[in-house]
Design a protein around this ligand. Structure first.
Ligand code: CAA
Length: 256
């Protein structure tokens, strides 16, 4: 589910579940958390690139796994995601997300744990959760509101609209858009520029830049998992997720 390579102080971590567009299930969350702990202890690493295998970066949390969760299980699922994503976000060196395709729901949220996002022109971003009867649950709410301007963050979450790479650039969600075939070369060049600098200074800069960003983040994540859980076992959540899994059209939402 995860591929990892390291060369010249730069790691490349690839989410590798292409048959499900790299959708994140609990097993993958456990592996990501373990991998983040391992990477965190590697003092020779100066930068990490995070990407996805195949046509998606990550198409979200695994809807088939979430479909029948109880409220309490959904809170636990969000907490598992928060733990793994926080471990990645707090790696002591810079992380670049090289977004190669769909970054939806948990995928957009995973990209938000990176310090820098660069997008292939084929990348697509969005938080489609409200169309599945739930809220974003892997930190998308607090991280989007910290990353984008308020109107863009609210619009993305409330509409569930999927945006292309150019719109993501306009919103400041990504810092550059590159041709698909150049994505990994560009990410590697950026990582190389970072890795050529003094490693102690770069790690110190990351800690300084994160200080404000992560202040109160834990409180916001706790609130998010509670609210995420509150959407489960509703008729709307069950209907919308069943429709996705069974490839059927959704019925109208009824607010129950
Ligand atoms: N969960 C589980 N399986 C998924 C998945 C997901 N999020 N996204 C894609 N897949 C699976 C599909 O079920 C399909 O499996 P089968 O081949 O076994 O049928 C396979 O991946 C390929 O997907 P599609 O056939 O749907 O591919 P497509 O190119 O026609 O469409 C897509 C691509 C538009 C991204 C579509 O797959 C899609 O809409 N995916 C769901 C996106 C989404 O809603 N993400 C948010 C999830 S909720 C979340 O993330 C909550 C959270 O914050 C914690």
């Amino acid at each position: 589910m995860l591929l990892y390579e390291k060369n010249n102080h730069i790691g490349v971590l690839t989410i590798n579940r292409p048959e499900a567009l790299n959708a994140i299930n609990s097993e993958l969350l456990h592996r990501l958390h373990d991998m983040a702990k391992e990477l965190s202890a590697d003092t020779s690493l100066r930068c990490l690139i995070l990407t996805g295998a195949g046509k998606a970066f990550v198409a979200g949390a695994d809807i088939a796994e979430m479909r029948n969760l109880s409220k309490a299980e959904a809170v636990e699922f969000a907490q598992l995601g928060h733990g793994a994503f926080e471990a990645l976000e707090s790696l002591p060196f810079p992380v670049i997300a090289a977004v190669n395709g769909y970054a939806l729901g948990g995928g957009c949220e995973l990209s938000l744990c990176a310090d820098i996002r660069i997008a292939s022109e084929r990348a697509r971003f969005g938080q489609p959760e409200v169309g599945l009867g739930i809220t974003p649950g892997f930190g998308g709410n607090p991280r989007l509101i910290r990353t984008l301007n308020r109107a863009d963050a609210m619009e993305l979450v409330f509409t569930g609209r999927v945006i292309n790479a150019d719109e993501a650039l306009r919103m400041g969600l990504v810092s550059r858009v590159v041709p698909a075939e150049r994505l990994m070369d560009e990410a590697m060049a950026l990582a190389g520029a970072i890795a050529a600098n003094a490693p102690i200074a770069v790690r110190a800069a990351k800690a300084a830049l994160h200080s404000r960003y992560t202040r109160f983040l834990r409180d916001d994540l706790d609130k998010e998992s509670e609210l995420f859980g509150s959407c489960f076992e509703t008729a709307d959540q069950r209907m919308a997720m069943t429709a996705f899994v069974e490839k059927q059209p959704k019925s109208e939402f009824i607010g129950e």
